[in-house]
Design a protein around this ligand. Structure first.
Ligand code: SF4
Length: 245
């Protein structure tokens, strides 16, 4: 099974200080030095590429950003992917409308200092030592809200490397062997940490195996996060749609 990590928009309406994507988030109309827009994707180009090169029996899709709710065609994207039989996860801060489908679980992150998500199927609570995340857990428990706890990662993580590695060691490998990242500018990456891009969706680049890296890297928080979210979702088929608390 492959994983497409689709950063459908590299903008956000929040500004979390610990954001692991901060380095890659821009204003919606941002233009790079080479004249190309940061947010170039449309559903037309996405579905043209997906229909040409992907297969819903082989690919799981994670829709992320920035904040995917800011992507102007998010409704058509989610519904169109679901209609084609794709399944996956939507990483969101839950503040903007994202349609509910049976195929995509909306993981609404309850960020430090930000309101409780409005649009979500399950909540992600970030273990940030500057936040009272135990209170957030208690809130979800009390209200019967499905939640997932995620250790804060990135440069501003308050967890030591030893603590992070100890948590990493608890993660089992999944059968999601490989992933491909596609950013809103249209470029592909095999790993967000290398910052090396390959080709462009606007050139209709096929996702060749050499562009796709393994997700078993024990030190990569990006891969671990995706690995864990997908495994958690697959193992818990009892997840029911949840209403906002
Ligand atoms: S909501 Fe998510 S993408 Fe937006 S700033 Fe916060 S962590 Fe980053």
């Amino acid at each position: 099974m492959f994983l497409l990590n689709l950063a459908v928009i590299q903008s956000c309406n929040y500004d979390c200080y610990y954001c692991t994507m901060k380095e890659w988030t821009y204003p919606i109309d941002h233009v790079f030095g080479d004249g190309k827009k940061a947010n170039r994707l449309t559903n037309e180009i996405l579905f043209k590429w997906i229909d040409a090169f992907l297969n819903p029996n082989e690919w799981m899709i994670k829709i992320t950003g920035g904040e995917p709710g800011l992507y102007p065609e998010i409704e058509g994207l989610v519904l169109g992917l679901a209609q084609r039989g794709y399944r996956g996860i939507i990483e969101t801060n839950g503040s903007l409308p994202i349609p509910k489908t049976d195929n995509f679980i909306r993981l609404g992150a309850w960020h430090l200092g930000k309101p409780f998500p409005v649009y979500y199927d399950a909540i992600v609570i970030i273990q940030n030592k500057n936040d009272n995340w135990q209170e957030k857990i208690d809130h979800c428990e009390k209200k019967g809200i499905k939640y997932l706890i995620n250790m804060q990662r990135g440069a501003s993580s308050p967890w030591t490397l030893e603590e992070r590695h100890a948590e990493d060691a608890t993660h089992e490998k999944t059968h999601y062997e490989r992933q491909l990242m596609l950013y809103s500018a249209g470029n592909f990456q095999s790993c967000p940490m290398t910052k090396a891009s390959y080709g462009s969706i606007f050139d209709m680049v096929k996702p060749m195996p050499f562009l796709i890296t393994t997700v078993n890297c024990q030190t990569c928080p990006q891969f671990h996060g995706m690995d864990r979210l997908i495994k958690w979702w697959e193992e818990d088929q009892s997840i029911e749609p949840l209403k906002a608390a």
